[in-house]
Design a protein around this ligand. Sequence first.
Ligand code: ZN
Length: 420
Amino acid sequence: MRSMLTGDRQLIKELNVTAVITAIREHQPISRVGIAELTGLSKSTVTAITQLLLDADLVRETGSGNSRGGRRPTLLQLNPTARLVVGVKIAPQQVTAALISLTGQILNKEVEPLPDRVAEIVTTTDRLVRRVVNDAGFAFSPDRLLGVGVGLPGIVDPATGSSISSHFLHWQDVPIKRLLEERLGLSVYPENDANCFALGEYWYGAGRGASSLLGVTVGIGIGAGLILDGRIYRGPLFGAGEIGHMIVQRDGPGCACGRHGCLEAVAGDAAIVQYARLYKGEPAAYPGGREDVVRAAIAQDPHARHSLAEAGEWIGLGLANLVNTVSTDFIVVGGEAATQAGELLLDPIRSSLQRHVFPSLADRVRIVPAALGDEVWLIGATVLALQRFFRAPLAAAGTRARTRAQGGETGWMEQLGRVR
Ligand SMILES: [Zn+2]
């Protein structure tokens, strides 16, 4: 009984540290009084915890806030480079790596073409990750680097970190986490790219402050990431959000996945180009593909506009089915096609969803454009590593090493023992 109570107390202290650093992360710069108001913790608890975070150099004091009478309070903010993460995007054409701060700022970025074979992709990724860290002037050390988030198309097993299947990369059961960890000596977090998009918009973009959201990406493929109550939902088969392969038309056009009538086949880039050529009556029109179609639509070309409206109609129908299924009320739409087309695609998506969704839900679903642009993939890829860090920030490698050196294996938990 006694040890259980001790365990409970320790857990409460850990949760309090998490609450304090989360309040700083989300509302910085913020005063100790502000943290106490947000978290419901006593001012003395907040003061004790912020002192631990200051000692670990995870947090720094910065300037003074507005006074409500009396002394102006000192404000606190994260030390953005106290720890760093690397975000990687493996796409069908290229590999991109970015060094990213604790506050989601990209400090350095590198791109290389995607090689053919898995072994070469691992070598390229390893080289890029090391280069973005070293060229920015940081040591390549697990004390500083929290890990590497890797966004890639297809289905990823979150337990093993293997890519179960990716038809864009032609992968089947590729143990990408193990292969990269062996090379890098850092924790690697592979994740479906649409999930990375949803996580990025949820933490830093249009979804800030939302509890649940559906992040939809429209481009060559169509994908979605579903966040429910702050957690990414993958489902027991890990394929949740593969809405590009929701069948919306029985015996419809062929899809890259080998089946017919998938949403991606009637509303992805290839379909958008096909519709525009058909409406224009010129099979060779829009030689630059979807980018040409959207450019023409922006310049008032009626065939190109009609094509985007048709794609939007299908996407809205697919999203209506999804809203009816999971009852989500907040949808963020991004991806290359949606970013380029803006309201020319979003508007028809909204009106189609309104017409197809269960009537009593129609007025309660909000659809907004993504806020982060093309960097969302890299930033979102790092969220899982950051979530892990912010759950136990003082347990990170550097702090543990330092407290052990000061005497005592129990380290930071012992220090926390002094926190009420
Ligand atoms: Zn398909």
